[in-house]
Design a protein around this ligand. Sequence first.
Ligand code: AP5
Ligand code: MG
Length: 212
Amino acid sequence: MNLILLGAPGAGKGTQAEAISAKLGIPQISTGNMLREAVKNGTELGLKAKAAMESGALVSDEIVIGILKDRIAEPDAANGFILDGFPRTVAQAEALDAMGVQIDKVLEIYVPNERIIARMSGRRVCEGCGASYHVEYKPTAVEGVCDACGGKTVQRKDDAPETVLERLSVYEEKTAPLKGYYEKTGKLVTVTGQEEVADTRKLVFETLGIEG
Ligand code: AP5
Ligand code: MG
């Protein structure tokens, strides 16, 4: 199964991608996580991406399409993958089509903007593996320590309230048009993000036809 998760920043793409990945045994491919890793390691790619990411803007299509293309060519993606945060512009969606990638479903997670802002302030992410938590809705077993890998959980720089507002406006302008793009292919399905992570997961699994 090749899946795309679509949704505003903080809608829960990463959280649901982790759950689907664990259930189906196919990788979660998060361009955001890959870019954050590059920034942390100070690679050439990271240096190019850093300023855009910290201000809430998008990284250039050229850079992101390049890293995505390399990633889906890796052996673990041969039996399917979950794209979390890609494509984010019509140009990226067209590039994916040009690569000959067949997409089975595009799952949009819809959450109203006012809920998003509350969620971002409580989000914590693992510095090591990128896993996503929330101080209230999805706490780690031990405060500040990732359940999955034991790494340190921290707040993302782009989760500052003013940067979140900028990211939401970029989403409306650049990414929301993808709903129309995929609606035309008949592959778009929408789930409303619920108050509890487990309730959203249930809806997501039902919509994708995955046994809970
Ligand atoms: P990226 O990392 O993709 O960020 P994003 O799309 O803004 O989305 P988030 O990761 O913030 O949110 P999410 O939907 O994954 O939510 P999460 O599950 O964490 O991208 C970051 C930056 O990289 C971009 O701004 C851009 O600069 C660059 N970039 C990345 N991809 C790019 C591309 N393709 N092109 C160009 N630039 C690109 O959930 C949020 C919080 O809510 C968590 O704390 C979670 O625990 C909690 N939560 C989740 N679900 C629930 C629920 N049901 N109830 C309560 N809380 C919940
Ligand atoms: Mg994410």
